[in-house]
Design a protein around this ligand. Structure first.
Ligand SMILES: C[S@@+](CC[C@H](N)C(=O)[O-])C[C@H]1O[C@@H](n2cnc3c(N)ncnc32)[C@H](O)[C@@H]1O
Length: 534
């Protein structure tokens, strides 16, 4: 029997001996010829809502259930305070580098990329060379690769935490590559597993609500490789006690490796099974009928292809259902600088005023932050409201600025006028209306963004599986290009699509409405200033 199959079989035997019960209607199969590694398929027809397997918590690996705690019980508390990523990385390094052949999870590790370099290539973006990453330009996913942040976290973990704080001399000599590999494994295989309610209650009653949620558990979508929650902290040279965070158990969930649950591949359109939590075991259930021979697919959350590639190292060759392209704020800014009378300096002031306006809104739920780093434009011909809002606001400001030179007003008057424009645009959009200038500026902005993509992005998806890094990069660019292209069709996006039907009005009408009610003193300031610049 080939080693790959032998490892799958040993893994299945190990699962059974670890208390995992598996429906006879499914089997682990070898889909290397389709570049999908191992997968789970139905060997008989399965109805919706059938239990496919049930996994006892004792077979999970996390900071409360691992060899490290078995061997060094006094470290349990410290581990739980390290943070989800740091905790699980440490625990896994101990299994892989200290326990090695003696780890009770060995048959599980042997079916994972970490112990089978021959059959698995790690393709998450942190493993791409700078040259390879260039093939993803101009995708903004390049700003989220996070190699530097990961490195910062690794430098904090080793040797400071692992050797000096926890005293794990068994792990002396681990390399940055070891850390990258373990972090990549966590990124694409781990789950945030909810703790049974009683556990949470004991620790912190305020977590009750979260513990009660009956949501599906999905493969983790957290961002350690970007150094998410802790990136600022990591920049400082921390003193020993600031390596500790809130107790993991107080979060109501613990980042865990879940054998077998992570053997499921994912697909945004073919998703047919989900992992549910219960008080005891974790249960994988079908969410729709699955025919004999079909693959059982989990969902890794609503990611576009760029994120699927970044986190999991593959792409959906015909596009993800959740694809979007992004328009960076910098492009919007340069568009207005090049095509209107707004200068870069004035636009920066406008952005800062817009931020102040949203911060000053009393009702936090109603706060509208419209200055974002980038704006998503979905394949489904929906764009985020913030994009509509900012382009509409800037279109109006540039029009008013022709007459009134807002940039020459004093700070207070300028702020008031921009606030008024903001409020009027808000009402306009709420009333499902936009202006004609918005239409033309929006179209040109999207066109400018589309022109940044290489020619290949405009071509249709190719047949077959994209599995080389070059082809996967092309698929990401096509996914983004098509999404942006879909949204650039104004009629489809703003009149026939999911965003509802917008009416377009003459800009003059809105501008008259904004300028007519301006307080008298503001107009005076404006006139005075205008005289100066004439
Ligand atoms: C949780 S594991 C799934 C099991 C994995 N196939 C294995 O052999 O271990 C996630 C990894 O599986 C692969 N994968 C998942 N869904 C896939 C898909 N639809 N197409 C190709 N590869 C996929 C990716 O390499 C991803 O990082």
């Amino acid at each position: 029997m080939p080693k790959f199959d032998e490892d799958s079989q040993k893994f299945t035997t190990w699962l059974e001996s670890s208390g995992v019960t598996i429906s006879p209607k499914i089997a682990i199969v070898d889909l290397r010829d389709q570049h999908q590694g191992r997968a789970v398929v139905a060997v008989e027809d399965i109805d919706a809502d059938e239990v496919l397997y049930s996994i006892p918590r004792s077979s999970l690996i996390n900071v409360t259930n691992c060899s490290l705690v078995d061997d060094h019980p006094h470290l349990k508390e410290k581990l739980q305070k390290l943070g989800h990523w740091e905790g699980l990385i440490t625990v896994l390094l101990y299994e892989l580098k200290a326990k090695k052949e003696n780890s009770k999870w060995l048959p599980y590790f042997n079916v994972l990329p970490i112990n089978d370099k021959e059959n698995y290539q790690l393709n998450q973006l942190v493993h791409w060379s700078d040259e390879e990453l260039k093939s993803l330009e101009p995708s903004l996913v390049l700003e989220r690769v996070g190699k530097d942040d990961s490195l910062q976290m690794f430098n904090k973990l080793y040797p400071r935490i692992i050797i000096e704080e926890l005293g794990l001399n068994e792990l002396e000599g681990i390399t940055t590559e070891d850390l990258y590999n373990v972090a990549s494994l966590i990124m694409s295989y781990s789950f945030d597993v909810q703790l049974p309610k009683e556990n949470v209650e004991e620790e912190d009653e305020s977590q009750d609500e979260e513990g009660d949620e009956e949501e599906d558990l999905e493969v983790d979508d957290d961002d350690v490789l970007e150094g998410n929650e802790d990136s600022e902290e990591q920049e400082e040279v921390a003193e020993p006690d600031d390596i500790y965070k809130d107790d993991i158990e107080n979060d109501g969930a613990v980042k865990s490796m879940v054998p077998l649950a992570d053997t499921l591949n994912a697909d945004t359109t073919l998703h047919n099974a989900s992992l549910n939590h219960s008080e005891g075991d974790l249960i994988m259930k079908s969410i729709k009928p699955i025919k004999k021979g079909e693959q059982v697919y989990n969902s890794y959350f609503d990611h576009p292809n760029s994120e699927i590639l970044r986190r999991y190292g593959y792409v959906e060759s015909q596009g993800s259902s959740h694809d979007f392209g992004e328009v960076p704020l910098s492009l919007i800014k340069s568009y207005f600088v090049n095509n209107t009378n707004l200068t870069g300096e004035f636009l920066d002031q406008i952005f800062s005023i817009l931020n102040d306006i949203s911060e000053s809104m009393e009702d936090v739920d109603e706060q509208v932050e419209i200055v974002l780093d980038s704006y998503d434009c979905y394949k489904s011909r929906e764009v985020i409201t913030e994009l509509v809002f900012i382009v509409q606001v800037l279109s109006v400001i540039s029009e008013i600025n022709k007459e009134e030179h807002l940039d020459t007003l004093n700070d207070e008057a300028r702020q008031k006028q921009i606030n008024r424009i903001f409020q009027k645009c808000y009402q306009l959009i709420e009333g499902k209306k936009l202006t004609n200038n918005f239409k033309s500026n929006f179209q040109k902005i999207l066109q400018t963004r589309l022109e940044q993509y290489p020619e290949v992005a405009a071509l249709p998806y190719e047949d077959g599986v994209a599995f080389t890094r070059r082809k996967m990069a092309e698929v990401v660019l096509k996914s983004e290009y098509q999404s942006l292209k879909n949204c650039s069709d104004i009629t489809e996006t703003f009149q026939n699509g999911k965003m509802g039907k917008f009416g377009f009005i003459d800009d003059g009408k809105l501008i008259r409405n904004i300028t007519k009610k301006r307080p008298a003193e503001e107009s005076n300031v404006s006139k005075k200033k205008k005289k100066k610049v004439q």
